[in-house]
Ligand binder design. Structure first.
Ligand SMILES: Cc1ncc(C[n+]2csc(CCOP(=O)(O)OP(=O)(O)O)c2C)c(N)n1
Ligand SMILES: [Mg+2]
Length: 350
């Protein structure tokens, strides 16, 4: 194994290399409903993404940024959010949308460019939003949603609500000025925003170790006097615990947090055109052997939260929901050409 791979694996294993402490939690205070909700969400994301890839491979859309492998991160965070809290995403955001409760039928229709989609078929995979659910949008411009989320948090503070704003972004985005400016403002204004970096080890084909100075994203919080924490992003329960602390602080008016969740994307950067020559088979196997859904299923069975039969029922329901979303999308019409200039400006009122 190349030294770089070994370092990366040890790093993600919690054996620290220029890294902040990796938190492993006790998981004692999570109730059964939350556990079942999280299992169902993670599985729905996985099945939806597998289907989305099949749709792309069949030529029904022009490719996707798959979140397979990263399901635990938004699931652990969104388990603690309300509909009136806000989430902002990235170019790789199907898992954020599903975790925040966006309707699967409308998502699949949006992917396939149909008029029944979340953006009436004019946004596509990288521009899914649903204000009713507090999902303010995926976004194709890397890092661009970080200052938007900070502004959303400022709105909550000015209005005196207890809503929180969560922004997900990648390890590549973590070196953008937008994150640093946002953390600075969020700190001095004590804003209810949680910055969640999904460190999946690569920005396209560029390794984290090559491009991120200092070897840690979470340590960057130190420069802005806000809490920064690294968590095992393959453990949904660990993510839940860290998010609980961060969201609780934000709601209580105690300001922002930076979370770095260490995770891995299983597929290529943007689908089938990525030969993955920049990472080793051994490295991929290492992460896939620690699959977040398999690990969580084992936890549920080992701790008798549910039995095999109950989990099978959930699995069947997730598959049925995804199959239904494809049928809904297939049977929906494409938007009329005359709809091209409609909805350019929003009429959103609160
Ligand atoms: C401002 C900007 N620069 C470059 C790109 C091209 N681009 C799209 S995704 C990506 C990599 C982003 O990596 P990361 O933030 O780690 O997210 P990941 O793809 O790993 O989820 C790049 C460079 C872009 N979309 N926007
Ligand atoms: Mg990345």
């Amino acid at each position: 194994m190349a030294d770089l791979d070994r370092e990366r694996i040890e790093h993600c294993n919690g054996e620290l290399i220029n890294q902040g402490e990796v938190f492993h939690m006790s998981h004692e205070e999570i109730n059964r409903d939350s556990i079942i909700w999280m299992y169902e969400k993670m599985l729905t994301i996985r099945r939806f993404e597998e289907q989305a890839k099949r749709e792309a491979d069949a030529g029904k859309l022009r490719g996707i940024h798959s979140s397979i492998g990263q399901e635990a991160v938004p699931t652990g965070v969104c388990a603690l959010l309300r509909d009136d809290d806000f989430v902002l995403g990235t170019h790789r955001s199907h898992h954020h949308c599903i975790a925040k409760g966006v309707d699967l039928n409308e998502m699949m229709a949006e992917l396939l460019g149909k008029s029944t989609g979340t953006g009436k078929g004019k946004g596509g995979t990288m521009h899914i939003a649903d204000i009713r659910k507090g999902m303010l949008g995926a976004n194709g411009i890397v890092g661009s949603n970080i200052p938007v989320a900070t502004g959303v948090a400022l709105t909550a503070k000015v209005k005196g609500t207890d809503n929180v704003s969560v922004v997900f972004f990648g390890d590549g985005a973590s070196s953008q000025g937008a994150l640093h400016e946002s953390m600075n403002l969020a700190s001095i204004w004590n804003l209810p925003v949680i910055f969640v970096c999904e460190n999946n080890r690569y920005a396209e084909s560029t390794p984290f170790e090559y491009s991120v100075a200092g070897g840690s994203v979470s340590n960057r919080a130190d420069g802005y006097a806000i809490p920064g924490v690294t968590v095992d992003g393959q453990s949904v329960l660990d993510v839940f615990e860290v998010a609980k602390e961060a969201i609780g602080r934000a709601r209580a008016g105690e300001g922002p947090t930076l979370i770095e969740a260490q995770t891995y994307r299983y597929l290529g950067h943007a689908g089938h055109d990525d030969p993955l020559t920049y990472r080793s088979e051994e490295e991929q196997k290492y992460y896939m052997d620690r699959d977040c859904i398999t690990a969580f299923k084992n936890y549920i069975l080992d701790s008798s939260v549910a039995d095999e039969e109950e989990l099978t029922e959930i699995e069947v329901a997730c598959e049925a929901a995804v199959a239904k979303s494809v049928k809904f999308a297939d049977e929906s019409p494409f938007p009329e050409p005359s709809a091209l200039t409609e909805d350019v400006y929003t009429s959103y009122k609160d």
